[in-house]
Write a protein that binds this ligand. Structure first.
Ligand SMILES: [Zn+2]
Length: 88
């Protein structure tokens, strides 16, 4: 079983430590990527799940990923830690 580590905000793969966000103390986040999370805060605190789905979809379309893969990924988004806790 390969448990790939994914950003718990946008599903960006964070297996590589270089791709991870940073906590306030400068350590690497185990949960979020560098695009979502810097210095212990989300880079875009006003981001909503709906907007994230839109951004993820357009990014994946740019990469010419299959429709199946795109919908698989966007289906995962609501279950991610960032969106689970703030579901209102
Ligand atoms: Zn992310």
């Amino acid at each position: 079983m390969t448990a790939e580590k994914l950003c718990q905000s946008c599903t960006y793969p964070i297996d590589n430590i270089e791709d991870r966000g940073t906590e306030k103390d400068g350590s690497k986040s185990n949960l979020y990527c560098k695009y979502c999370y810097q210095n212990g805060e989300f880079t875009d605190p006003d981001m909503t799940l709906q907007r994230m789905i839109g951004i993820a979809t357009s990014e994946m379309k740019k990469q010419h990923l299959s429709k199946e893969l795109i919908s698989q990924t966007t289906d995962m988004l609501p279950g991610l830690l960032r969106w689970k806790v703030k579901s209102t």
